[in-house]
Design a protein around this ligand. Structure first.
Ligand code: IPE
Ligand code: IPE
Ligand code: MG
Length: 248
């Protein structure tokens, strides 16, 4: 199947259904998250071999803090455990890691390991693996506006960010590209394909600016059961879509 598929450059995944996976087995939710980590660990090198250039995964939303302390603590412990393994895997596969979301809310040791993952992989030239943690699309836009306003006040916004005579916005106004440079996803191409597992038909605050023209594929498979074949099935579905971007 994979040989005649067009592989999208930028793929983003809402990894949902860990809780339901655990519940079906009578296990605590945290076991679902653990199995979910295994699923992403297996998928990363496969996505890289398929030729995907940017893989973004929704790991923890700005709304997920509402969950029980036990569940949130469990997720933080899993992050601590997987950070080291991720660095090793990224190094082996020439993968560059980026984190999007507001990392300031995490414990200092987690912030430090996020910084380290980015720093030690920044010169890798293979797939870029983007992890969305304490990420919310609205929060990302809010923070971008704050930073833009600060730069504007200080006279630090480059003239390129503003429209010239040929732009689609009035001359002198901030362009979409100029604004997007303030988002966490600056320099990461907008997702061609957004996959959501476990059947829910919503974005849940994921990449709300960036996914404006993404193709959305929803599968009923629960995240811990998602594998390379499922990914290929989602890409096959993507291949059937006709992307028009507002044209005809
Ligand atoms: C996704 O699985 C993982 C996170 C949000 C951290 P869920 O934990 O949302 O699983 P369900 O939706 O309850 O099955
Ligand atoms: C989205 O899943 C967040 C992540 C996958 C990290 P949720 O389970 O939090 O979303 P809702 O609550 O079903 O919208
Ligand atoms: Mg969920």
């Amino acid at each position: 199947m994979e040989s005649n598929l067009h592989i999208p450059e930028s793929v983003a995944i809402i990894m949902d259904g860990n809780g339901r996976w655990a519940k079906k087995r009578g296990l605590p939710r945290t076991m679902g998250h653990k199995q979910g980590c295994t699923a992403i660990e297996k998928l990363l090198p496969e996505a890289s071999d398929l030729g995907i250039r940017y893989l973004t995964v929704y790991a923890f939303s700005t709304e997920n803090w509402k969950r029980s302390k036990d569940e949130v603590d469990g997720l933080m412990q899993l992050f601590r455990f997987y950070a080291g393994r991720l660095l090793k895997a990224a190094t082996e596969k020439n993968v560059r890691i980026r984190m999007i979301g507001d990392r300031r809310r995490f414990q200092p040791d987690i912030i430090e390991s996020i910084n380290r993952l980015e720093e030690e992989t920044k010169n890798n030239t293979g797939l870029t693996f983007v992890v969305a943690a304490n990420y919310g699309g609205r929060d990302e836009i809010r923070r971008a506006v704050m930073r833009y306003a600060e730069d504007y006040k200080a006279g630090r916004v480059s003239a390129d960010a503003f429209a010239g005579p040929d732009a689609k916005v009035p001359e002198g106004e901030l362009t979409e590209e100029g604004f997007a440079a303030y988002l966490d996803t600056a320099e990461i191409p907008d997702p061609d394909l957004v996959i959501r597992t476990s059947g829910e038909l919503r974005l849940s605050n994921f990449l709300i600016w960036e996914a404006a023209y993404s193709e959305i594929v929803v599968t009923d498979v629960l995240w811990p059961d998602f594998d390379k074949d499922e990914l290929l099935a989602c890409i096959a579905e993507f291949n059937k879509r006709s992307r028009r971007f507002g044209g005809v």
